[in-house]
Design a protein around this ligand. Structure first.
Ligand code: ATP
Ligand code: MG
Length: 876
């Protein structure tokens, strides 16, 4: 079976067991403070397990794109070095939400693997939770007994808490699990050593393929376990590993999921897969990472300098580095692999085809910029090598290696490799200490402590009524305390709420709740796994009973203006620039809006004007909001809705239509576009390769800005005291100004000649050397240097000290003939440093010419006298 047949058979099998097949959620997670990327199929159902949402069906199955590169699940360092861990992989999963439990989960897994896929039963093993004294839990005998129906006892292996007890995090749903392992070794090897000994021992051919988790407990903040009211099943099977087993291969990279990319890498780099361990590892790293990066970009996550974007950037750099070190790639090359990737995966994931240009551009630019950094790092390392060798040392400080890593993204192994060529090593221990210290700093900066929820009232679903109401009667159903950076806040959950929780780029509502005796401010509203949490600085004294909730209406209106404006802007951009324009992010704030989109060059002023015109036209058309609150995705698509971020939305979606603009959107909008009043772009610029950002304002803000600008113009107009064309007036003013400047300059040159004569005449002789010390006409203050050099041209052995008062700022120049300076008798710098004290200034220059400026113009006279005395002493 090829890969897509295997995926298809999984879905068909579970469909035949009454499972609803759902789409993969985006790989980049938005509404979960504890998670950056989807790392398991269950993530999108987390709030069902937490009891915050009701499932659309009690049985669900799918294939989910997962990424394990940060947090609790981080396989990054394994990837490429082994043959069965990826950064991005597909996880096939089936779920029961309070429906079937262990018996069905085990029997269906067995049926699918052995009956449908016909995998060899004798090569399969299962593991069960052996129990744990500290946790006060017994062995999972239920699972053990069900497995006994299919497997001999010696193939049912006990597993410890680490491998066989699954937890979502420090708190929340958890339970024992059963893994299915497969032994893919050759017959003769199996004969030598049984597979049971190799299960969970990191053997590349005896690997875990499927994990069946039985969620039956909830872990509380104090660590205690309690039984959940409902039991759930959560399974996950590595798709690429299953393909390896099905296709009789020894490595995921030898399956048809990866061979087209590996072949292309070989072609582009002119190396052979199989040629050496190092080449093999590098090719696997690159094949894996290029997929990950391409999919993150289509999912809306571009490489960047912080958070999720930084994780993606680091993955890209890891691939570039392996290419650089082991495949001799000195220039960007990964972007050249994209056509092969798109050819093999574009059918299943059409967003790769749609966004090909963007992915290519972003990857190439990132590669180029990292290669430049590598070059800088290498030249720094060369210097370090030289210095270390000069000092006859063999070990380079760990601190230096860490600095290279931290500021230049220069990984330790590359540093070590280059040092090795020079017979040097890094002090690894020091490096690790630095690394640990940095991690510690990061941890304490972000540590958030959360208490358990305190439930006041059982309530299934917290209903959002904010599309229709800004006020409502509410009761608080639960609350908890959170502490971050020593600040304590309270999260409140209501039975119903008019407060909009931050999402889709739109900021959360603020406002207050009031029970007649006390008013509690709500400072922000956020979503946590679909739960709407209201943030307050304190709890009401009497927390039970009815409150009235009020959303800050003015902010909400301004935010709605800006949200509707982003839709009109998106539409206009596609009309003016082309349909390659895709939204890549946005911020909808009461004061302004930000809109990021894919486009490859700077917008011209005409294009911006055209966009503004289109948006303003549609504002004046006063289109009414057409809101379709719960329509099937397919219908929205037929209506022409733009799907954002390549997201697969849940079954029912909300579509927002104004005139011809239609988008899937959960945000709050105006009733009529006329409410926006006026739309104005305030900036347009690039934020990264292929992505541009527009900032714009609407309504009162836009009006204010236009008024301020207009008043400014009127003010300028007034200054001219003529009603003529302002631009012409300014132009002629500028022309006059430059003409006058030129004339003045010419006059000053003449004036220098006149002044020079007087100055030359004022020279006194000390020991045969001419000495000049004088204050020149302030008109020539800015020409002091010219004057000095002209004097030099006309005298043989001399010293001149010139002073000038330029608009209250005293200036001094000292110049002397070359011979005098060379002989060391007079040093202009010495002279100036001494006399500048009188004007409270400092300066410098060369032995034959030095200048100084100061603060005290009144001291100019004494400065000249002092210089004269100083020079006199030197010459005496
Ligand atoms: P392993 O011990 O092999 O890392 P795991 O215990 O981390 O696996 P689970 O969290 O139980 O795995 O995930 C369920 C399934 O997903 C695994 O049985 C495996 O087939 C697959 N899987 C897990 N991590 C990866 C990965 N990094 N790349 C590919 N497949 C993976
Ligand atoms: Mg793992």
């Amino acid at each position: 079976m090829n890969a897509s047949e295997i995926r298809k058979s999984f879905c068909e099998f579970f469909e035949s067991k009454q499972h609803q097949i759902v789409s993969s959620a985006p790989m980049v997670v938005k509404n979960d403070p504890t998670l950056m990327f989807t790392n398991a199929g269950m993530n999108q159902f987390k709030d069902i397990f937490l009891g915050n949402r009701k499932p659309s069906s009690p049985r669900v199955a799918n294939s989910q794109k997962c990424l394990r590169v940060s947090g609790k699940h981080n396989d990054l360092e394994e990837v490429g070095h082994d043959t069965y861990h990826h950064t991005m992989f597909e996880m096939l999963g089936n779920w029961s939400f309070g429906d079937y439990f262990k018996e069905e989960a085990i029997s269906w897994a067995w049926e699918f693997l052995t009956d449908v896929l016909k995998l060899d039963k004798s090569r399969l093993y299962a593991s069960v939770f052996e129990g744990d004294k500290e946790m006060e839990l017994e062995k999972d005998m239920e699972a053990f007994n069900f497995w006994k129906k299919y497997l001999p006892e010696d193939k049912i292996i006990n597993g410890n808490r680490k491998d066989n007890f699954w937890e979502m995090g420090d708190m929340g749903p958890c339970g024992p699990c059963s893994e299915i392992h497969i032994d893919l070794r050759a017959e003769d090897e199996i004969a030598k050593k049984g597979g049971a000994e190799l299960v969970n021992k990191d053997h590349p051919e005896v690997i875990e393929i499927w994990n069946l988790v039985f969620i039956q407990y909830n872990r509380k903040a104090n660590g205690d376990l309690e039984f959940l009211p409902q039991k759930h099943v959560d399974t996950g099977m590595g798709f690429e590993r299953l393909c390896m087993a099905m296709q009789g291969k020894k490595s995921n990279y030898d399956t048809d999921v990866f061979t087209p990319i590996i072949d292309e890498i070989a072609k582009v780099t002119e190396k052979k897969y199989g040629e050496s361990d190092e080449v093999n590892i590098a090719m696997r790293v690159i094949a894996d990472h290029v997929r990950t990066i391409a999919f993150s970009i289509t999912d809306g996550q571009l490489p960047s300098n912080n958070k999720a974007g930084y994780v993606i950037r680091r993955i890209l750099r890891r691939a570039v580095r392996y290419g650089y070190t082991f495949l001799d790639q000195r220039n960007a090359f990964m972007y050249k692999l994209l056509p092969a990737l798109i050819k093999s995966m574009g059918d299943q994931y059409p967003e790769l085809i749609d966004q090909k240009e963007l992915i290519t551009k972003v990857i190439k630019e990132e590669e180029d910029s990292f290669l430049r950094t590598l070059a800088t790092g290498i030249s720094m390392l060369d210097k370090i090598v030289k210095k270390t060798k000069e000092g006859n040392y063999k070990v380079v400080e760990g601190k230096i290696a860490f600095e290279l890593y931290d500021t230049y993204g220069f990984p330790l192994d590359l540093t070590e490799l280059i040092l090795k060529e020079n017979d040097l090593v890094v002090n690894r221990k020091e490096f690790e200490t630095e690394m640990e210290a940095q991690k510690q700093r990061a941890r304490s900066a972000t540590a958030i402590e959360t208490d358990d929820w305190v439930t006041l009232m059982q309530d299934d679903v917290e209903e959002f009524i904010g599309y229709d109401y800004l006020e409502s009667d509410i009761t608080i159903t639960k609350y908890r305390k959170i502490t971050a950076k020593n600040k304590t806040l309270f999260q409140l959950v209501f039975n119903i709420t008019p407060f909009y929780a931050e999402s889709g780029g739109q900021v959360g509502d603020s406002g207050y709740i009031d029970n007649g005796s006390e008013k509690i401010e709500i400072i922000d509203t956020k979503k946590e796994n679909n739960l709407i949490v209201h943030l307050a600085k304190k709890l009401p004294a009497n927390i039970k009973g009815e409150f009235k909730a009020y959303v800050n209406g003015k902010n909400r209106q301004n935010t709605a203006n800006n949200h509707t404006a982003t839709h009109l802007l998106h539409q206009a951009l596609r009309e003016v620039l082309g349909t390659h324009v895709e939204q890549k992010g946005s911020l909808v704030h009461p004061e302004y809006l930000r809109f990021d989109f894919a486009h490859f060059q700077k917008m011209t002023r005409e294009e911006m004007e055209q966009v503004e015109k289109l948006v303003n036209q549609r504002i004046r058309s006063n289109f009414a909001l057409e809101e379709m609150r719960e329509i099937p995705v397919a219908k929205a698509h037929d209506l022409g809705a733009m799907m954002l971020f390549g997201e697969k939305y849940g079954d029912l979606v909300r579509a927002i239509k104004f005139g011809e603009s239609i988008e899937l959107c959960g945000g709050t909008h105006v009733q009529h576009t006329g409410e926006l009043g006026f739309f104005k772009i305030i900036s347009e610029g690039s934020i990264s390769a292929g992505i541009r950002r527009i900032e714009a304002i609407t309504g009162e803000k836009a009006e204010e800005m236009i008024m301020t600008q207009h008043n400014l113009l009127l003010g300028i107009q007034d200054m001219f005291k003529s009603s003529g064309d302002l631009q012409k007036n300014i132009e002629s003013l500028m022309n006059d100004n430059s003409k006058l400047g030129k004339e003045l300059d010419a006059m000053k040159q003449n004036f220098i000649n006149i002044e020079k004569r007087d100055i030359l005449d004022s020279a006194e002789e000390i020991n045969g050397i001419k000495v000049i010390a004088t204050i020149v006409n302030p008109m020539l203050g800015d020409k002091l240097k010219d004057l000095a050099f002209q004097i030099k041209n006309e005298m043989d052995e001399f010293v001149a000290v010139l002073g000038a008062d330029v608009n209250g700022k005293p200036q001094l120049s000292v110049i002397t003939s070359d011979d005098l300076a060379k002989s060391g008798k007079i040093n202009a710098v010495e002279v100036i440093r001494d006399c500048a004290k009188e004007i409270q200034g400092g300066g410098g220059g060369q032995p034959f010419f030095a200048t100084a400026g100061g603060k005290n113009a009144a001291g100019l006279d004494s400065a000249i006298q002092r210089a004269k005395a100083f020079v006199g002493d030197k010459l005496a």
